[in-house]
Design a protein around this ligand. Structure first.
Ligand code: DQA
Length: 147
């Protein structure tokens, strides 16, 4: 099985970006964890990041032919992008929505997720460990454990 771990705007700055909220783990460290944890689960992980909405949309379209599932941390596009939501609705690839921080415990504008209604589920508030949780959730889903 192959999984796309897709990261949106400003996540390239992890480690130095508001570490009190997002922690000190860098995106490169998260990529390494995803590769290692994915391999242990029997998942081949492709890891990507873009600050551009259209690039993220293209990546979701492309995953249709290449990946069995997507872990998506859409960053602030979570709260604003109907186009990203439509992209997910347009492909038949299960998506786990992920956030490092607990978006529900933060500002009101972060409580709304356009992704959540079209996602398999949402993982948030567990920091970088959430990526490992998301890979496990996708694996279980793909194996039919939650059906
Ligand atoms: C985030 C939460 C979003 O509200 C924020 O805009 C981000 C990161 C998270 O991982 O906690 O960029 O998706």
């Amino acid at each position: 099985r192959s999984i796309l771990v897709l990261n949106g705007p400003n996540l390239n700055l992890l480690g130095t970006r508001q570490p009190d909220i997002y922690g000190e783990t860098t995106l490169a460290m998260i990529e390494e964890t995803c590769a290692r944890h994915g391999a242990a689960l029997g998942l081949a992980v492709t890891f990507r990041q873009s600050n551009h909405e259209g690039v993220l949309i293209d990546a979701i379209h492309d995953a249709r032919d290449t990946h069995d599932g997507i872990v998506l941390n859409a960053g602030a596009y979570t709260h604003s992008s109907i186009a990203l939501r439509d992209a997910i609705s347009s492909v038949d690839v299960p998506v786990v929505e992920l956030h490092l921080s607990n978006i529900h415990a933060r500002e009101d504008f972060r409580h709304l997720s356009h992704i959540a209604p079209v996602a398999l589920g949402q993982i948030c508030g567990f920091g970088a460990h959430g990526y490992a949780l998301a890979l496990e959730a996708l694996k279980a889903h793909l194996e039919g454990v939650d059906r």
